[in-house]
Design a protein around this ligand. Structure first.
Ligand code: TMP
Length: 211
């Protein structure tokens, strides 16, 4: 049974180890149990081609990758993801939950790498054709705890190997995104127990779905 007349687009954002993957999947399961049709997906990846781009982006030995190549590859993965998965699901009235979307590019390539914002926004408008999430959950955690969590599950990729200063810029960048769009982007304290994080996130999403 599909309870929605039109699709809803939800993204999860946050620094490394903020718990986006676990929380976004649990929320997707919860909504499916409630009778919604849900597509649960992620970036970079979410498609076979996107997964290959992800591998290129995140391999630790690709140290010589230029920031511009990095930006273009994230956009390429997103364009494929939108065409194959996100747009068809939204058009058939599903709830789409994605673990990362354009805000990651603004936070990591914009605030983190220091690439020009007008270039990032121009590329984003070409890639997404203006599609923005209806609601974005920013799972916020301090940098040391996040990196420690990921080390605990042996997750190491090229961007995680950046220094603390880089991750600090990314986290501060996310705060600036919240400041600019407080209606769309909601912060949840990800250092709380998983039960409390889930409760906070589900309250925000249920409120958004009832509007
Ligand atoms: P993940 O491990 O959370 O799936 O994300 C993969 C890495 O890619 C993570 O370090 C964040 C980074 N990333 C960007 O730098 N820009 C982007 O646009 C996206 C989607 C991810």
């Amino acid at each position: 049974m599909d309870k929605l007349k039109k699709g809803v687009f939800i993204s999860f954002e946050g620094i490394e180890g903020s718990g986006k993957t676990t929380i976004s999947r649990l929320i997707a399961e919860m909504l499916m149990t409630d009778g919604y049709e849900v597509l649960s997906t992620y970036e970079p990846g979410g498609t076979a081609i996107g997964q290959k781009i992800r591998d290129i982006l995140l391999l630790p030995e690709h140290k010589e990758m230029s920031y511009l190549s990095e930006l273009l590859l994230y956009n390429a993965a997103r364009a494929q993801h939108l065409k194959e998965k996100i747009m068809p699901a939204i058009q058939t009235g599903k709830i789409v939950i994605t673990d990362r979307f354009s805000d990651s590019t603004i936070a990591y390539q914009g605030y983190g790498r220091g690439l020009d914002f007008s270039l990032i926004m121009t590329l984003d408008s070409i890639t997404t054709r203006g599609l923005k999430p209806d609601i974005t959950i920013l799972l916020d955690i301090d940098i040391e705890s996040g990196l420690k969590r990921n080390k605990g599950i042996n997750k190491i990729d090229r961007l995680e190997l950046e220094d603390i200063e880089f991750h600090k810029k990314v986290r501060d960048g996310y705060y600036k995104i919240v400041e600019a769009e407080p209606k769309r982007v909601k912060i949840v304290d990800a250092s709380q127990s998983i039960e409390k994080v889930l409760q906070d996130v589900s309250d925000i999403i249920k409120k958004a779905l009832s509007c």
